[in-house]
Structures are given as C-alpha cells and as structure tokens.
Design a protein around this ligand. Structure first.
Ligand code: AQP
Length: 330
C-alpha cells in the first residue's frame, strides 16, 4: 500500500520555497495516496526557540497547510508532539544508527556552524527523528525539497538496518518524491543560498502572507545581474535563473517555456510579470491563512482530530517494533 508522509517545521513564516518544494506537492498527492502531513514541532525545538512563538507558528503553519488546499477530510494534518510514537521510535532507531552516518549530514554542519560544541544533541539526532516520523507510519513516499534528499537516504538506510538486524521485512524503504521545476528555490538576495525561514533578511524570501506591495517590493529589489535579457544560466546567472524557475513553477510550465515567452522582454518587465503571477497564485493562500489565523479554535480542532487518526495508525506499528526488538509488551 502506498502511504505518504511529510512535514514542515513551525520555525517561522512559510515561504515560497516551502510552498513550491513541498506544500504544492502535498496538495497534488492528497487524493492518490493515504497522506499524513505533519507540523513537526519536535524538530522545531532543536534550535533555540521561544515557546510562545512555537505555539503561534504551529497554528500559522497549520493554517498554511489548509489554505494551500489540504483538506482534513481527505488527508491527516496534525502536530508531531501529539503522537508519542515519534519520540519512542526515534530513541530505538538512534540505538541502531552509527555516529559515522550522522557525521556526514550537511544540514547539521550548516546549522551548527562554527559553534558545533554548543549545538544540541537534538539537532545532531534530527535525521533519526525524521526517519522515525516517516517509517513509523510505513510511509512509502515522501514529498520534499532537494535539501532533504540526504536525510531521506539516511531514513532508508535506518529502515534497512532495522530489517536486516532483526531479520524481518518490516519497514518499507521510503522513496523521496522530489519533483517539479522548483525543488530548490534560492534566496532572493543570494542565488547560491536556499530560501529559508531562518534567513535574517526578510527580503531574501517571499512569505505566503506577504501582501501585493511587499511581494512587488521584494521582487523589485531581488538581486540580479547586468544582463538585460531573460536567459536561463544557473551557473553564471544564478539569481536571474532562480526567478525564471520560480515563474515556471508558479505557472505550472517549464523554464524553457518561460525563456521562450519572455525572449524579447527586458528583465525588469519580466520581474513585473513575475510579481503579477505571484500575487495571483499566493494572494488567495495568504488571505485564507489570515482568515484561519483569526479562528484558532478551528485550527486546534483540525490538529486534535488529525492526531487521533495519526495515533490509530502509529500505535500498532510501534507495538510491533517493540515486540520485534524484544521488549515485553503486555
Ligand atoms: N528553498 C526551498 N526550496 C524548495 N523546497 C524547500 N523546502 C524548504 N526550503 C526550500 C522544503 O520545505 C519542506 C519543509 O522544510 P522545513 O521547514 O521542515 O525545513 P527546512 O528545509 O530547513 O526549511 P527552512 O525554510 O530552511 O527552515 P529553517 O530555516 O527553519 O531551517 C521540506 O520538504 C523542504 O525540503
């Protein structure tokens, strides 16, 4: 049976990268697979955080899921901390995961930076929790952006190790689903860095809640080069190419089609058209997020109901795992 699991951290405002790399895929898959979409709040505490902001962001990201088109009657939407399987299974899997595998994880290196010794054990073990998130539901497909590819490979290795070590064929090996034109949306200020919630500059990203004027200003100020035309060249024109990629993904077309469409246009005109397209596609999502944010009772109800359904799937799997591993399960 096919099952989808994926998550987004409530670490700040959802941005265009989250939308094109993940959320849009979530919505496209919701009728073809049994889908479980999670606001991964346990991952959000691996870096220093503020409890009130975590609470607000958990509701905001949930509102983003719903506003983008996820329908809780067709998929499960819940916050990770409400299903204890994630924590229990993460510990068990961490006892099967060699340190050498975790030492290779580039996200840890990037996030820990130079102050590696001050980084938390949770940040280091983040990919093991992520493996538990996925395989704890027997998920077969995981829609993610390009940056999560390495973590997905690790999740497959951990699932394979479990099966091998205990002589079972219990966990399916999950497949990453990295599709679409914009699997890695780059910062609007620096075409070599990915667009990220935690970037200090708000001008580096388009937030789903940005209004028309803000979107227009951010694209106008987006860094480009001195070439006047609209040509795609990821190596020599990274910022301009990123904007072409964004246009293609928003328009559900291809980069080549965008380049052909704007073959005789100036880059400044292209930016204006990009703004119009972004406002047309993101405006309704942002409006709906604002409407839902005014109704936290509804959002909390969706999460509560989703957590109940997630627990119903996860509990028998957790029980099987404990039996396989030799725990006495009364
Ligand atoms: N720039 C991006 N382009 C395409 N996909 C992206 N994703 C994130 N940034 C981009 C995808 O969004 C999903 C959720 O990501 P996350 O919030 O759980 O963690 P992240 O990848 O670490 O995202 P951020 O925005 O960079 O968050 P912070 O700053 O908190 O670390 C994933 O599928 C991811 O691939």
């Amino acid at each position: 049976m096919n099952r989808v699991f994926s998550g987004i951290q409530p670490t700040g405002s959802l941005h265009l990268g989250n939308y094109l790399g993940a959320l849009k895929r979530f919505v496209e898959m919701q009728d073809d697979y049994g889908c479980i979409y999670c606001i991964v709040d346990l991952h959000a505490i691996t870096m220093p955080y503020d409890p009130a902001e975590l609470r607000a962001s958990t509701r905001e990201v949930t509102a983003g899921f719903l506003a983008a088109g996820l329908d809780p009657s067709r998929c499960i939407v819940f916050n990770q901390s409400q299903c204890t399987m994630h924590m229990r299974l993460a510990w068990m899997l961490s006892c099967l995961t060699p340190l050498g595998w975790l030492n290779r994880m580039t996200q840890f290196k990037e996030k820990a930076g130079k102050k590696r010794d001050n980084a938390s054990l949770g940040l280091y073990g983040y990919p093991v929790l992520q493996a538990a998130d996925i395989i704890g539901y027997h998920a077969t497909h995981v829609p993610v952006g390009e940056d999560q590819k390495q973590h997905l490979e690790l999740a497959r290795d951990i699932a394979g190790t479990f099966n091998h070590q205990f002589g079972v064929e219990y966990f399916p090996l999950p497949e990453p689903v990295i599709t679409g034109e914009a699997t890695r949306v780059m910062s609007l200020r620096d075409g070599t860095k990915k667009m990220s919630k935690s970037d200090e500059s708000d001008y580096s990203r388009i937030n789903l809640t940005d209004d028309r004027d803000t979107i227009a200003k951010k694209f106008r100020k987006a860094r480009t080069d001195s070439e006047p035309g609209v040509t795609y060249d990821a190596e020599n024109r990274p910022e301009a190419s990123n904007l072409i990629t964004i246009y293609a993904a928003l328009a559900d077309s291809t980069r080549q089609q965008v380049v052909d469409q704007f073959a005789s246009a100036q880059f400044s005109d292209f930016k204006k058209q990009l703004t119009e397209l972004a406002v047309e596609k993101l405006g309704p999502v942002g409006e709906e997020m604002k409407r839902l944010s005014a109704d936290p009772g509804h959002v909390d109800g969706v999460l509560r109901d989703g957590a109940e359904r997630a627990n119903q799937i996860a509990e028998p799997i957790q029980r099987d795992v404990e039996e396989i591993m030799g725990f006495l399960v009364p």
